[in-house]
Write a protein that binds this ligand. Structure first.
Ligand code: CA
Ligand code: CA
Length: 485
């Protein structure tokens, strides 16, 4: 119960205070609301406010003095105005009205801290569609863009509507593996016995683990599969010691072992190191018998990866399998297969299959037309480090005698060609078979340790007989007695 007696000058302040005060929602508070306000001047000069309620005046009202007596009982405020009558006519007014307090939660206006009419703020929450500031202003607890939104049945934390599990399935989002379902559509994948089953994938990107040089991961019926790709394209088979692997039906393979034969030698084998794919030379055990390149026929054995021949090693060897060492050939000279004809041998001397020799018109006769020397000249032969320098070769020479034909072998001593063999007059040379000849070159080794050799012939006089001339094989420059074959 509240009793108030107010002057008009303080009413505004009072209303302002009420509007700022928190509304308790208690409907026992009277709200200032007047349908009629009557202000008059008292006889003593003071102004007394007559307010609220409906004033009923009977006859002519001459109100000199007004006293407001406000009694508030619950929701009803009763104001009794007593008018003193100064004349014969007396007017008595009894007013009963709804009272006069501040904003309330049921005054049909948006005031106080309400977010919409009579709701929100400290009033009861608003219904869907009404204005709000925050979820607490709403019955649904959801304030979206300033308006109370209906509660999302798919996010209300209970299984309702057509959901198959809490907030999923039906018209809500699909359920995850392990959640309840009614049909496949309720699940990311499949519904099995009322439960969404586990799935490996939903889209191809989930299967990227299966991407390789030769495969592409794909999601098929919610399971990852590796599809073959890059058919016949290059791929890495993971073996550093294979080369040229390709994809075949999704599998990388078919690579060839890396070729490390460049490191092969008499006492080592080129092998690929699987750790880094590099070629390395693996040495044969020491004292393993071996065949030394240009070895001179001793008891060659491997020593720390090198084939050492105790008979020595030659500086140069030529079996004439081809002309890869670069001999210079004047007219009539050839390097090729031995051939029978005009006294030439049908087989070479070297015990290999190439049958290669050097000779004058292989399988035929030398010309008998007069000419100066035609020569077979060796490549440069480096004899550095060779303590003992001899030349040996196998010969099958069939010639006329000087002056019809003359034959010679020369060595370059750094300044001049020096003859180390020549033919003269009768009798002529006619080798019956391959024959070994050896020459000491030690006196002729030039300062730069590089020597040249040449085999030559001429026609010095008309009337020469047809002869097969030179056949040369297995030329060796090395220590004396060095005979590889
Ligand atoms: Ca040969
Ligand atoms: Ca010949």
């Amino acid at each position: 119960m509240m009793r108030m007696k107010l002057h008009s000058s303080t009413l505004g302040v009072f209303l302002m205070g009420l509007s700022l005060a928190a509304c308790s929602g208690d409907d026992t508070i009277a709200t200032a609301s007047a349908t009629d306000t009557d202000t008059d001047t008292d006889t003593d000069g003071t102004t007394t406010l007559a307010t609220t309620g409906t004033s009923t005046t009977t006859g002519t009202s001459t109100t000199d003095a007004t006293t407001i007596d406000t009694t508030t009982t619950d929701a009803t405020s009763t104001t009794t105005t007593t008018t003193e009558s100064t004349g014969p006519e007396t007017s008595t007014t009894d007013v009963t009205a709804t009272d006069t307090g501040g904003p309330s939660c049921d005054d049909a206006e948006q005031n106080g801290d309400e977010t919409d009419v009579d709701c929100g703020g400290s009033c009861s929450p608003c219904a869907d569609g009404q204005m709000c500031l925050d979820g607490v202003d709403c019955q649904s607890g959801s304030c979206v863009d300033g308006a109370c939104a209906p509660i999302d049945p798919c996010a209300n934390g209970v299984m309702d509507g057509d959901e198959s599990d809490v907030d999923c399935g039906g018209s809500c989002m699909v359920c995850n593996a392990g959640q309840m379902c009614n049909a496949d559509d309720d699940c990311v994948a499949k519904c099995l016995d009322g439960v969404c089953e586990m799935t490996e994938c939903v889209e191809d990107a989930d299967c990227a683990d299966l991407n390789t040089d030769c495969t592409v991961g794909a999601c098929l019926d919610f399971a990852c599969v590796a599809n073959a790709a890059n058919e016949d394209g290059p791929c890495d088979d993971g073996d550093l010691c294979s080369e040229g692997a390709v994809c075949t039906g999704g599998v990388c393979g078919g690579g060839a072992p890396k070729d490390c034969s460049a490191l092969d030698s008499a006492c080592s084998a080129g092998l690929c190191n699987p750790e880094d794919g590099e070629c390395v030379a693996e040495n044969a055990p020491n004292d393993t018998p071996c065949t030394a390149e240009y070895g001179c026929g001793g008891n060659a054995v491997c020593t720390d990866g090198a084939c050492v021949d105790d008979g020595g090693v030659a500086s140069f060897y030529e079996p004439f399998a081809d002309n890869s060492q670069g001999w210079a050939l004047d007219m009539e000279w050839e390097i090729g297969a031995a051939a029978v004809g005009c006294g030439d041998p049908g087989t070479d001397h070297t015990p290999t299959d190439d049958n290669g020799v050097a000779g004058v018109v292989l399988g035929g006769c030398a010309t008998t037309q007069l000419h100066d020397y035609y020569c077979l000249t060796s490549p440069k032969i480096d004899v550095s480090g060779q303590a003992d320098v001899w030349m040996s070769f196998w010969r099958d020479l069939y010639s006329d005698y000087t002056p019809y034909m003359k034959n010679k072998i020369e060595v370059w001593d750094g300044n001049d060609w020096v003859i180390i063999f020549e033919t003269f007059g009768f009798p002529a040379v006619n080798d019956s078979n391959w024959t070994l000849f050896e020459y000491d070159l030690n006196p002729y080794v030039p300062a730069d340790n590089t020597i040249l050799l040449r085999w030559c012939h001429n026609i010095g006089s008309g009337g020469a007989f047809n002869r097969g001339s030179w056949n040369v094989d297995d030329v060796v420059v090395g220590p004396q007695t060095c005979q590889p074959f």
